[in-house]
Design a protein around this ligand. Structure first.
Ligand code: HCA
Ligand code: CU
Length: 421
């Protein structure tokens, strides 16, 4: 201590800093992981547009009633997304829903998603929209085989649509559909042309989910280097890279990610809201006011309306996302759940569950016995663990842990079984 008081101020500061960091590191089991994550990047605000009502409804078998659409919009708004997308041109019902949702005066922008046609812009205007989005295929295959127009015609149509929407006071996003497969020079030319006539946002989608993260980074960077307009990323999940690609796009300069609840959408969909919001909050440290504890309810709501049950191991909202089973895991979880959980289940509205069966081991057995109020010691615990194993019936019992049981886990001084397998 004598040395420290006499040391130059910088030495003292760095010593205090390292003590402080060690305290934080000891306190937060994710500390070093977060350190690796943050190398070379600074936290920045990344927005979320949720398209459950537009892209989500394009998932095979999914259609919402207007009441459900309005309810989903309210829930998304309360959760804290920045923009909510809906297509008013699909049917008269959709138009009605769009109108009603716009009238609610929600905090999020309601974005009317339409084709790049004046008549569609008129539909958005008819709904009293302030925000609209329009899309047009940019790749040669979309131009030739879907739209049957030349690049020049596409350019004219895009510019005319933006001019028309802007002349009516709309804020608008233009989507470069199939951007990842479009000829790069044409893509930039198109972005520049619509930027000149005042487009407010440009969406860079990977419409067929063909990119790897590095490719998405390069694509978005190429546009971002030449364009000042804020960029969205809309990544499809055909090969399973949607979430990673969306974040790679943000690393390259994009400022908004498109999501849907549970990731539903055309084919294999786009990033799930839950995974995106948790990654933004914890892995990217992006400032936001998301009510993460609604994530489970949002997922259940969509399950109820679509009959699509998220697969068990789905990140964040899956039924097994916080289930612990193997003896070694139980032993650690019973002492400190963070040993096998990146973030606490209650944060996302999920629940920790313990599975007892042939893999439970001595610690699991001891804990089970204490829950059942049975007298337990090392010998009994071993005997019960052996019994569970010898039954050869796999998982026998699953216990959701409410607050009382969780406290019991942390505080239980009765369980004095030594750590081990
Ligand atoms: C579509 C295509 C789209 C548009 C994305 C966007 C895509 O179904 O209309 O508007 O940002 O994946 O390219 O979903
Ligand atoms: Cu899409």
């Amino acid at each position: 201590m004598h040395f420290v008081t006499n040391a130059p101020i910088l030495v003292r500061i760095s010593l205090y800093l390292s003590i402080f960091c060690t305290i934080i590191a000891m306190d937060d089991p994710n500390y070093y992981a977060y350190q690796y994550n943050s190398i070379g990047t600074k936290p920045k605000k990344i927005h979320v547009l949720d398209s459950t009502l537009r892209e989500g409804e394009q998932h095979p078998g999914v259609t919402f009633s207007n009441k459900q659409r309005i309810q989903i919009a309210w829930m998304l708004d309360y959760f804290g997304v920045d923009q909510i997308e809906i297509s008013p041109v699909v049917s008269s019902d959709h138009k009605e829903a769009t109108k009603t949702i716009i009238k609610q005066g929600l905090r999020a922008d309601i974005v009317a998603h339409v084709r790049a046609l004046k008549e569609d812009v008129d539909v958005a205007l008819d709904c009293d929209a302030t925000w609209m989005a329009t899309y047009l295929g940019m790749s040669d295959i979309h131009l030739k085989d879907k739209l049957r127009i030349t690049r020049e015609e596409a350019l004219r149509r895009a510019v005319e649509t933006v001019e028309y929407a802007k002349s009516h006071g709309l804020k608008m996003r233009f989507t470069m559909e199939d951007a990842s497969r479009a000829e790069p020079e044409f893509l930039i030319k198109m972005c520049k042309a619509i930027e000149e006539v005042g487009v407010d946002r440009i969406s860079i989608p990977d419409t067929v989910g063909i990119m790897r993260p590095n490719g998405m980074y390069n694509l978005v960077k190429a546009v971002h280097d030449q364009i000042k307009t804020p960029l969205d990323v809309h990544c499809h999940n055909d090969i399973g890279f949607a979430l990673a690609n969306a974040f790679a796009g943000c690393d390259a300069g994009a400022e908004q990610i498109h999501t849907t609840i549970d990731g539903i959408g055309e084919r294999t969909g786009i990033p799930a809201l839950a995974e995106t919001a948790v990654a933004l909050t914890y892995l990217y440290k992006s400032p936001n006011n998301f009510r993460l504890d609604m994530l489970m309810d949002l997922s259940r709501l969509i399950e109820q309306y679509t009959n699509i049950v998220p697969y068990d191991s789905k990140p964040v909202v899956g039924i097994t996302a916080y289930k612990h089973k193997a003896g070694t895991h139980l032993a650690a979880i019973l002492r400190n759940p963070a040993a096998y959980e990146p973030i606490e289940p209650r944060i996302v509205g999920n629940r920790r569950r313990i599975v007892f069966g042939e893999l439970a081991g001595k610690n699991g057995a001891a804990y089970l016995m204490s829950l059942l109020g049975l007298d337990q010691n090392d010998e009994h615990a071993k005997a019960v663990a052996a019994g569970l194993k010898n039954l050869r019936m796999g998982d026998l019992l699953e216990i959701p842990l409410d607050d009382r049981l969780e406290k019991k886990i942390i505080n239980d001084t009765q369980i004095k079984v030594k750590p081990g397998k």
